[in-house]
Design a binder for this molecule. Structure first.
Ligand SMILES: N[C@@H](CCC(=O)N[C@@H](CS)C(=O)NCC(=O)O)C(=O)O
Length: 212
């Protein structure tokens, strides 16, 4: 049994989507970051970086923070969503691209474009331009493919599940997904999955998935 500590954000949804895709049982522990619950001493014991998501795997006693590490652990444990053996380096490449770029840069875009757009023209331009660049990178990767990693048209893996919840905030990034047609098709393909629809609404219903 997995204990999932999460909130309704892109990083949190990565793990709830994967758990739904795996179909494994899990208990949800909401950590409302709007109320600073991520700083509670009990949560710190599980997540030393004070951020969601985190899990405790009760089968082994392992506690883990960092969504990429959690996803890799769960996918490896259940032998799913890592693609074929020869796909593995590319799955990691795009998972790391999300962890190092598509997540952190777009997280800054949320602050400077969505929450405080008047604060700094420089910051808004910097993160707005970077968002457009990252969407362009993904759109090019998805040309002629169904999923980001894997041979041929690709395989649905944790790399897609890591990137997709961030793409679901395209409106906050001031991105018109119609300008990135390969990515839009990929986004809608994943949005149509029932497991994704369930995982998106963990731990609380947060409105319908945006459809460009
Ligand atoms: N690299 C971490 C980032 C986690 C992260 O930034 N989580 C956000 C929500 S999406 C959070 O907990 N924010 C609380 C805060 O900023 O205090 C991961 O991928 O798990």
């Amino acid at each position: 049994m997995i204990e999932l500590y999460t909130w309704s954000t892109p990083n949190g949804r990565k793990v709830s989507i994967l758990l739904e895709e795996l179909g494994v049982p899990y208990n949800v522990h909401p950590v409302d970051i709007g109320k600073d619950e991520q700083f509670a001493p009990d949560f710190l014991k599980i997540a030393p970086n004070n951020r969601i998501p985190a899990i405790v795997d009760r089968d082994t006693g392992l506690s883990l923070m960092e969504s990429g590490a959690i996803m890799f652990h769960l996918a490896q444990k259940h032998g799913q969503f890592l693609g074929a053996a020869e796909d593995f380096p590319q799955v990691m490449e795009w998972l790391m691209w999300q962890m190092g770029g598509f997540g952190p840069m777009l997280g800054q875009a949320h602050h400077f474009l969505q929450f405080n757009p008047e604060a700094s023209d420089y910051a808004a331009a910097r993160y707005g331009t970077e968002a457009q660049r990252l969407y362009g990178v993904l759109d090019r990767q998805l040309g002629g493919r169904d999923y980001v990693a894997g041979a041929g048209r690709g395989a649905y893996t944790i790399a897609d599940m890591a990137i997709w919840p961030w793409a679901a905030r395209f409106e906050w990034h001031r991105v018109d997904l119609r300008a990135f047609p390969n990515m839009r098709e990929w986004y809608l393909r994943i949005a149509d999955r029932e497991a994704v629809q369930r995982g998106y609404q963990v731990p609380v219903f947060a409105g319908e998935i945006p459809r460009p």
